[in-house]
Ligand binder design. Structure first.
Ligand code: MHF
Ligand SMILES: O=c1ccn([C@H]2C[C@H](O)[C@@H](COP(=O)(O)O)O2)c(=O)[nH]1
Length: 283
């Protein structure tokens, strides 16, 4: 994944040091990065310059698709990535909307599947997109957005990868995903996998061909305590060729994704990688 390493090198060479009040850490930061993934030819954008735990990344995506609001549900699917934000974040622990242990509040999938209408009831953004794309319809608004400023105070974290737009050209499906804030050593490793897999899955369940995924990032940063490992370890390594993602072909509908799918339905074939690097995580 040369484009990932180029972005990391660009931050190291041209980044600005920005204080981040929420985490109390400084971040080396650039604005604006555009990444592209070739889903059509199954060039899976997994990082090869360290070991990537791709099943955890896919588990996060499936949890968003299911509308999960609880770190325990994410753990049951195969990822602990929401434990810290749900249970170890002072401002969320003190928030009266928090419903107890593991609650994440009205984040990501809750907005995607159960956006609260002022007139009562909820909007299922994802089901509408799946219905339209299955009929070959792109109404130029096939958008799922998790970004609901009216409910930021009801969740543990504002969504980072917050909006996904699907587009049909004939029977080929494309995806454009927008990310406002990106922890390049940790989060992007997962987000690249999620953007790719979201397009591959949506093409599969709507009977379309997968095309290209476009990933647009605004604030791309490396936390100060991650910089040494990035500069002196990861960036000294040569990448390996991209492997392929195999998805169980029996997954045919949104209902399948909501009910029986597990991480055993995803396999990466031919993943060559360098050894793991453990980057610090900032809550
Ligand atoms: N500071 C920060 N960075 C993030 O990337 C991030 C957040 N916060 N909060 C919400 C989610 C949670 N995400 C996470 C959380 C942890 C890992 C992580 O620790 N990854 C390890 C290994 C994970 C594993 O063993 O499954 C890694 O090496 O990639 C990655 C993404 C992405 N998001
Ligand atoms: O999918 C994700 C979720 C989170 N992140 C990172 C980006 C930032 O480092 C933090 C969120 O902090 P904010 O202060 O809310 O911007 O989490 C990510 O990279 N990918």
């Amino acid at each position: 994944m040369r484009q990932y390493l180029d972005l990391c090198q660009n931050i190291v060479d041209n980044g600005h040091w920005i204080e981040n009040e929420r985490t109390g850490k400084r971040c080396l930061t650039i604005i604006n990065a555009d990444l592209e993934y070739d889903v059509k030819n199954n060039q899976f954008p997994i990082i090869t310059t360290r070991k990537s735990f791709y099943k955890a990344a896919i588990a996060e995506l499936i949890g968003y698709i299911r509308g999960y609001d609880n770190a325990a549900d994410f753990r049951a699917l195969g990822t602990k990535t929401w434990d810290m934000n749900a249970n170890d974040n002072a401002s969320w622990l003190a928030n009266p909307h928090r419903k107890g242990e593991d609650d994440m509040g009205r984040v990501y999938g809750v907005q995607g599947r159960r956006w609260q209408k002022t007139s009562g009831g909820t909007v299922d953004q994802l089901a509408k997109i799946v219905d339209n794309l299955s009929k070959g319809v792109d109404d130029r608004g096939e958008i799922i957005t998790f970004y609901n400023p009216g409910e930021f105070d009801m969740g543990c974290l504002r969504p980072c990868m917050h909006t996904h737009t699907f587009s049909l050209l004939g029977d080929t499906l494309h995806l454009t995903s927008y990310q406002r804030s990106c922890d390049v050593p940790l989060g992007l490793n997962f987000n690249q996998i999620q953007v790719f897999t979201f397009l591959a899955l949506m093409a599969q369940i709507t009977g379309n061909k997968a095309g290209t995924a476009y990933h647009k990032i605004i604030n791309a940063h490396i936390y100060e305590d991650q910089l040494d490992l990035m500069k002196n370890e990861q960036l000294t390594r040569e990448p390996f060729p991209s492997p392929q993602l195999k998805i169980n072909p029996d997954i045919k509908s949104l209902k399948d994704l909501e009910t029986w799918v597990t991480m055993d339905d995803f396999e990466v074939v031919g993943y060559q990688h360098h050894e793991a690097i453990k980057y610090p995580f900032s809550v």
